[in-house]
Design a protein around this ligand. Structure first.
Ligand SMILES: [Zn+2]
Ligand SMILES: [Zn+2]
Length: 227
């Protein structure tokens, strides 16, 4: 496998996805221009919050307990995520996640399980892969914590959320997920992984389902934040 990798690297050298410089997916020069967050943000009120923890006054029983994200969703990240969808999946995600988490303290997640936000079967078939799962896999390897894809299932093939406001998104995503009833949830801590945080409707819906099933703590992790 290593030999094959080196042959592939030789034939198709990695290029910086922004400036084209050969050597890595994001070159040293372009890394400094990535939109690293100045602060983390409460996933409920979108105001700054230390390490992304949900403010005490925003916390309800079934909300996310916090959110960690790597980048603001600007044109640079938009471009990168678009490319993730079509080619060089793993090396792109690997590089972006590595760059993103280099500035974060993720020590608090060492006893969590990574649960990627699932796609509906139909969507998965037409797209061929689940971006959230690829990000989750990469993160799982880097943090050395377990990835679980057998816990959450998307049972409703929701229409696109892009044009909807917050309230409509919440309505649209309601009851879209179920949990695997064979799993023991007591004392479990979950790190929900998705590509982009927009209104938080999807992550909060997943958090609600997991907490109702008995999960103790649910945080979100996204590559980008669109608010
Ligand atoms: Zn570059
Ligand atoms: Zn808040």
């Amino acid at each position: 496998m290593k030999i094959l990798d080196s042959i592939l690297d030789f034939l198709f050298p990695q290029k910086c996805l922004y400036c084209g410089q050969v050597g890595s997916v994001v070159c040293q020069n372009c890394v400094s221009q990535l939109p690293f967050p100045k602060t983390q943000i409460c996933p409920i009120c979108y105001n700054p919050s230390l390490i992304g923890k949900t403010h005490d006054f925003c916390q309800k029983r079934y909300n996310l307990d916090g959110l960690t994200f790597c980048f603001y969703y600007d044109d640079k990240i938009k471009e990168a995520i678009k490319k993730i969808k079509y080619r060089n999946l793993f090396s792109y995600v690997d590089e972006l996640v590595a760059r993103g988490i280099s500035k974060l303290d993720l020590e608090q997640f060492k006893d969590f399980m990574i649960i990627p936000v699932p796609l509906h079967e139909k969507r998965l078939k037409s797209r061929g892969f689940n971006q959230a799962e690829i990000i989750g896999k990469v993160l799982s390897g880097k943090l050395n914590i377990q990835l679980r894809t057998d816990i959450l299932k998307r049972v409703k093939d929701t229409s696109s959320q892009v044009k909807l406001n917050k309230k409509a998104r919440e309505e649209n995503i309601k009851d879209a997920f179920t949990v695997n009833s064979k799993v023991k949830f007591k004392n479990m801590k979950a790190l929900l992984v998705d590509d982009i945080f927009t209104s938080g409707a999807t992550l909060n819906e997943c958090a609600k389902i997991l907490k109702k099933a008995g999960v103790q703590k649910v945080w979100g992790f996204t590559l980008a934040h669109g608010k």
